[in-house]
Design a binder for this molecule. Structure first.
Ligand SMILES: *[C@@H]1O[C@H](CO)[C@@H](O)[C@H](O)[C@H]1NC(C)=O
Ligand SMILES: *[C@@H]1O[C@H](CO)[C@@H](O)[C@H](O)[C@H]1NC(C)=O
Ligand SMILES: *[C@@H]1O[C@H](CO)[C@@H](O)[C@H](O)[C@H]1NC(C)=O
Length: 427
């Protein structure tokens, strides 16, 4: 679109205040609908409803498109193009799993652009050694925002209402999700700044422990450092609730997840996780945690977004559409169809299931679920309704906490010494 450097607008978006007020109303009504059942984003008039499952999946997804919880396009742009967005042509066939023609074919209505930077060993056991992690994280956000700006197909979204509006306009709603609190450089201030830049979920860990929480590791558990959340991690969860940044429990240790579920006031997500029921990897979610998600006593609203990576989905590391449909159905049976979503991990995985090779293939999964008896309503919730309900729930908690007068947390990492008070004037 424009070649201007992208400066993200801060909330409230003054030029669009009227639109935003209108959207709030629309959102309140739509989210009320989402809570009782499914939603249809756009009405289709005068088209004949197909009966073939493949055609029906495509037909339904036109009105309730997929909102994917986790796509690693920014890291692909780092690795293949050295962060140079001028060299990226999303209208052509991209090397990974995402580009615009395939996203349109696959009825993609939105996704969380994953902001990811590897854990750094050199940070040391207390995560205090200087690293370039925060710089590299900002570069990842910059790549995402510049690509969103480059194509009129995308719109940066900060709220569930923004997403609804974007989809109605035929855009691909673009949200930012940050994959690991190690990217905060041990600082709640960094979280607040990332939130201003648009980050709307934060995975509490990646595959390593960090200053806030213990990780679940990937193929085997890692030795816990905190026994779940650190004291600062508990403060982080509250601060995320206050800001309206979703607490993402993919990747975390079971203790971290259980403690975060105890503390959070807002709904949670698992942005890209499979169930341990099929494949007993520490990276996958156990029944014990699934049982804490939902509505009712001792439960927290949330959405478990199913990962497509065959290595996670199945012990033999092979997967097809049925394998992923099994994952979706297991979570739906255990928790409910209102608590499951899609978090493919596209562009972040080197292998994909047969029949779900890239973003053009989502309709195959929906067709399979139609064959298994899933209704239009169920599928519109799976595609995007559930994650929007959860995002809206986090926004409502943030608004409530603001009305309670909650202020930014001044907590700092106890192992830091650089902020110790010093005499003034300097001696
Ligand atoms: C962290 O920094 C200290 C002091 O420079 C250094 O001795 C140590 O090796 C570093 N730790 C790691 C894991 O690189
Ligand atoms: C899953 O793996 C864990 C850790 O290796 C082990 O303790 C547990 O017994 C396994 N569960 C099942 C059902 O195999
Ligand atoms: C997936 O693979 C299984 C096992 O090989 C097979 O039985 C099933 O028919 C396949 N499903 C699809 C949709 O290809």
């Amino acid at each position: 679109m424009s070649s201007q450097p992208l400066i993200p607008r801060l909330q409230p978006e003054t030029p669009d205040l009227q639109r935003s007020k209108r959207l709030q109303l629309v959102s309140t009504i739509l989210v009320a609908l989402l809570l009782v059942g499914g939603t249809i984003f756009i009405g289709l008039v005068g088209e004949k409803v197909p009966t073939d499952p493949n055609e029906l999946a495509d037909y339904w997804l036109k009105t309730s498109p997929v909102i994917d919880g986790h796509v690693d396009l920014p890291i692909l742009v780092r690795e293949v193009y050295g962060n140079n967005v001028d060299k990226v042509d999303l209208n052509k066939n991209m090397p990974g799993h995402f580009d615009l023609p395939r996203a349109r074919k696959g009825r993609m209505g939105g996704f969380f652009w994953s902001i990811f930077e590897d854990c750094r060993e050199e940070a040391g056991p207390d995560f205090l050694n200087a690293t370039n992690t925060v710089r590299d994280t900002l570069e990842r956000i910059d790549v995402a925002l510049n690509l969103i700006d480059k194509y009129p197909d995308f719109t940066l979204c900060r709220t569930a209402a923004d997403v609804m509006w974007a989809i109605k306009e035929g855009k691909i709603a673009s949200l930012l999700g940050m994959e690991g609190a190690h990217m905060l450089g041990n600082s709640l201030a960094a979280l607040r700044m990332y939130h201003l830049l648009g980050v709307r979920y934060l995975t509490l860990t990646h595959g390593c422990n960090n200053a806030f929480a213990d990780s679940g590791g990937v193929f085997a558990a890692v030795k816990p450092k905190w026994g779940g959340l650190s004291p600062l991690g508990k403060e982080l969860v509250k601060e995320m609730n206050r800001l309206g940044v979703l607490v993402d429990l993919s990747h975390v240790s079971d203790d971290t997840a259980l403690q975060a579920l105890e503390i959070t006031r807002a709904p949670v997500i698992l942005s890209h996780s499979d169930s341990r029921h099929f494949n007993n990897l520490s990276r996958n979610v156990p029944d014990q945690i699934l049982d804490k998600i939902g509505h009712g006593k001792g439960k927290t609203d949330g959405v478990v977004m199913v990962n497509f990576y065959p290595t996670f989905a199945s012990p033999d590391k092979k997967a097809n559409v049925s394998t992923i449909a099994d994952q979706v159905e297991y979570i739906a049976q255990r928790v409910g169809r209102k608590y499951v979503g899609i978090g493919s991990d596209y562009d972040g995985i080197e292998k994909t299931p047969d029949g779900l090779e890239d973003v053009s293939k989502y309709p195959n999964l929906f067709a399979e679920l139609i064959r298994r008896g899933w209704t239009h309503n169920d599928l519109s919730l799976l595609a995007g309704g559930n994650v929007l309900r959860v995002l809206n729930g986090a926004e409502a908690v943030a608004a409530k906490m603001a009305s309670e007068g909650k202020k930014a947390s001044m907590a700092i990492y106890s192992k830091r010494t650089d902020l110790d008070p010093r005499p003034f004037p300097p001696q």
